[in-house]
Design a protein around this ligand. Structure first.
Ligand SMILES: Nc1ncnc2c1ncn2[C@@H]1O[C@H](COP(=O)(O)OP(=O)(O)OP(=O)(O)O)[C@@H](O)[C@H]1O
Ligand SMILES: Nc1ncnc2c1ncn2[C@@H]1O[C@H](COP(=O)(O)OP(=O)(O)OP(=O)(O)O)[C@@H](O)[C@H]1O
Ligand SMILES: [Mg+2]
Ligand SMILES: [Mg+2]
Lengths: 269, 269
């Protein structure tokens, strides 16, 4: 069976689509067969990224390692019961199709909002990866903090949603759910805010049970290649003109460190 | 009647809530009566920000300039026709209530997704302010670019939505809609990506008819005060311990420049 990875955070702009595409390209380049599902039916950042990649390959007549994509069509029903039935069925069909196609991994990119399709997908996750900005605005979706002590007072809505998924997975599937949280777009400079968010995440990780990954710094290389559909891992290919820089080398290390921390069973040994 | 400002961008994490709170506090401190509506019913960043502010004031027994908030309850209906009817009515009621309360401005913070409530509110706008990250991932919601020339090929979904609002406003209300786009979280360092996004925004502004505002840099001061419910404009008040820095002074100027560009009728003279 395929290992299902949901890149999720109901907070907008945390970096879900960015993490999803980089993880997918990395795993594909490691020889894994990767299936992908874009759950952000309206915005479709992931779909656009992969479409740009396809056009790049056609234009330069090159072959790049590509994940296998399964498109989910939005429901056109008008009653939530029907819409939810459609979405459940289409998600299940996506997972079945990609599994039958021999995928080692299925990576689903969630939207930056809480909706039924995203929750349904979270329920299937073996691994949930949650990027989060270095900010208490983002942190607030995971946990509440005391404004004086910056102690974590309690988990909030997204943590509760993941907790619910974990409980159901344990009861109905007798399986565990690995939840990994990673800071994204971290500034190079230290600041009191950075230290406080870091401390908050450490304390919250113990309370709600996620593992804390090293994360990605704010680096233009993570976003500037979107129109070409490329990632930093593709930059040894023909047709790319972006120079290797220190930031690029550091980004490669960040991505490698993330994958090592994820400890996927099929990557062991 | 109140001047309705929608802070909108269906792209997640563009900085809508951040711009909304800073604009609201700035206008309130200029002596204007400001009403606010949080349209992000699930995430509620703006509501949390204002709630933190209220707790801060209670704790230190101080009075801070505060906008007047009108809360919208989510619909519990299960059919889209009923949900949309509820949302239309509750939005209209919010505008009426805040207008009758004597508000000069009503600022509504939109969610980072395209939904009926956000679209309905956009239809009432006198001014739409759209923050956007310095990134073609964000740009993609406004317009498509050619990956070679970085020329703008055509407007995309969010531009089309605003264009639709503008048309209807002209036909049904015989009024104009001012659309202002501003880059947010702009890096201090120059880069080819920064120049390309800047050029793309200039060209797109002429094509789809928005005015381009100077925008905000990436500054910790814009986010570190969220747990206290304060903004940089409040930092001369009792109880705050954040030091004034060059970044703080520069942020004040950015906010001032934005307001000057907005040229609200009631601020003229
Ligand atoms: N590590 C990074 N360094 C630089 N830019 C980044 C990084 N991660 C994300 N970005 C940029 O930040 C913005 C938000 O990222 P992204 O779109 O991946 O987030 P998201 O969580 O998928 O958002 P949404 O909630 O809208 O789906 C984009 O403009 C993206 O290019
Ligand atoms: N100019 C800025 N400098 C530093 N941090 C910023 C700036 N603007 C926004 N942020 C941070 O970026 C993140 C996204 O900002 P914000 O939540 O305001 O965006 P949004 O468009 O309201 O997102 P959503 O789509 O989820 O509603 C937050 O962590 C916020 O604190
Ligand atoms: Mg996304
Ligand atoms: Mg917001």
């Amino acid at each position: 069976t395929a290992h299902v990875i949901i890149v999720g955070n109901e907070k907008g702009g945390a970096g879900k689509s960015t993490v999803a595409i980089h993880l997918a390209v990395a795993l594909t380049r490691m020889g894994k067969k990767v299936g992908m599902v874009d759950l952000d039916l309206r915005q479709g950042t992931l779909s656009k990224y992969l479409n740009n990649r396809k056009k790049w390959c056609e234009k330069f007549n090159v072959t790049l390692p590509n994940p296998l994509v399964h498109k989910i069509e939005p429901s056109v029903a008008r009653h939530l019961d029907e819409i939810e039935a459609d979405e459940s069925a289409r998600w299940a069909h996506a997972v079945d199709t990609l599994t039958e196609a021999g995928c080692d991994f299925i990576i689903a990119d969630s939207p930056g909002s809480d909706n039924y399709l995203a929750r349904t997908a979270h329920g299937y996750a073996d691994t949930i990866i949650t990027p989060v900005n270095d900010s208490f605005v983002d942190f607030a979706l995971l946990g509440e903090v005391d404004p004086d002590t910056f102690e974590v007072s309690r988990p909030s809505q997204y943590s509760e949603m993941v907790w619910e998924c974990r409980k159901r997975k344990a009861i109905f599937q007798k399986k565990t759910l690995d939840w990994v949280v990673m800071r994204n777009r971290v500034a190079m400079l230290d600041s009191r805010n950075k230290r406080r968010v870091g401390d908050g995440l450490k304390k919250l990780s113990e309370r709600v049970g996620f593992r804390l990954a090293p994360g990605f710094a704010e680096r233009v290389i993570y976003r500037e290649l979107f129109p070409l559909g490329l990632t930093l891992l593709d930059l040894t290919e023909h047709g790319s003109t972006v120079q290797f820089t220190m930031s690029h080398v550091a980004a490669r290390q960040e991505l490698r460190d993330l994958i090592m921390l994820l400890k996927f069973p099929s990557l062991a040994g």
